[in-house]
Design a protein around this ligand. Structure first.
Ligand code: PBG
Length: 331
């Protein structure tokens, strides 16, 4: 027999701040956050990204300072994305394999500045390096070829691991890439380098500002629908996750974030593995635009949305609001 009104009044436990704190089911802390950062050439450079108000590209020296700042705020991990100079982009994205590319220099600078105080996650996909803005190699018809791309992604992942990356995050959505990368990491002696796969990554309209930030937006012809998932599909996300786990992923990611919390929940319930979500650039821009338009309180929107990820089952969230949120949480 369950109680009913008036013996049961659910407002009773909500009546005071101490009681709300006591009954809170989900707690957001800075340790739940991964901070994506954009790296660019030069020294002492901060370049604001127009479509992402409050987000900048930083040169390698400055990115090391951002990493130290993150560690001091209690943020356990940062994610790096390079803005490759147009002259270094090519059809085959070969710059991804250069041991002295922007990404590798940034990883080493962060390691020098922070030691092992912070995790460094690196994105594996060719779009920051290709002249066409697609994540892989193209055949004559413009189709992104799978197996040839996987071979390059393996070398890209090894290049990042050798530079000191802690978490390899393939965001390319090629079939079979997790197994190939995991095997190469094992053979290369990188046993403790993790793989966080972008397992359920959708062909989304929310990535626009990110593509501006890495400089691939203006280059991209067509779309990414032949490899990224159809936003209408949920069952397929579970198959993608099952496959990536079978191939050796340590954790899986759902991307974008808020519009896909149902996927986060289904993945968590089905597999009970660490699930992460990426609150992507378009979501960040939407919150900033809403706040700027007076449609909501920025800080409240940030904390509410991030808490929602945890409630849905996420172990952590990639968010451009990470540093701001960590400060709000009183780190
Ligand atoms: C690269 C990649 C993208 C994002 C993360 N890694 C863009 C894309 O797939 O086109 C988007 C992140 C964001 O929008 O914040 N494959």
């Amino acid at each position: 027999m369950t109680a009913s009104y008036p013996n049961l009044r659910l407002r009773r436990t909500r009546a005071s701040a101490w009681s709300r704190a006591l009954h809170r089911e989900t707690v957001l802390t800075p340790a739940d956050l991964i901070w994506p950062l954009f790296v660019t050439e030069g020294e002492g450079v901060e370049e604001p990204v127009a479509s992402l108000p409050g987000v900048s590209r930083w040169s390698v020296d400055a990115i090391a300072r951002r990493a130290r700042e993150a560690a001091a705020l209690g943020i356990p991990c940062i994610a790096l994305f390079p803005h490759t100079q147009p002259g270094r982009r090519s059809d085959d994205g070969a710059e991804a394999l250069n041991p002295d590319n922007l990404m590798c220099r940034a990883i080493r600078a962060i390691r020098d500045a922070c030691g092992n105080d912070i995790g460094v996650l690196t994105d594996v996909a060719l779009d920051p390096y290709t002249s066409h803005g697609q994540d892989g190699l193209l055949d004559d018809s413009g189709y992104v070829v799978n197996d040839e791309t996987v071979a390059v992604l393996v070398d890209q992942a090894l290049n990042q691991a050798r530079a000191g990356a802690d978490v390899i995050a393939p965001s390319d959505m090629m079939d079979g890439r997790v197994r190939a990368i995991r095997m190469a990491l094992e053979m290369g002696g990188h046993h403790n380098v993790q793989v966080m796969s972008y397992a359920a990554k959708y062909a989304s309209a929310f990535y626009g500002p990110f593509r501006d930030a890495v400089g691939s937006g203006g280059l991209l012809k067509g779309d990414k629908k032949s490899y990224q998932m159809d936003p209408a599909n949920g069952e397929e996300a579970l198959r993608e996750v099952a496959l990536d786990l079978a191939e050796g992923a340590d954790s899986v990611m759902v991307k974008p974030g808020l519009p896909y919390l149902d996927i986060v929940r289904r993945v968590k319930e089905r597999f009970d593995v660490p699930v992460f979500a990426y609150q992507v650039s378009g979501e960040y821009a939407m919150i900033e635009a809403a706040a700027a338009a007076g449609a909501g309180d920025r800080d409240a929107l940030v904390l509410e949305t991030l808490t929602a990820f945890k409630r849905a089952g996420c172990s952590g969230v990639l968010t451009y609001h990470a540093a701001h949120a960590a400060r709000l949480l009183g780190a």
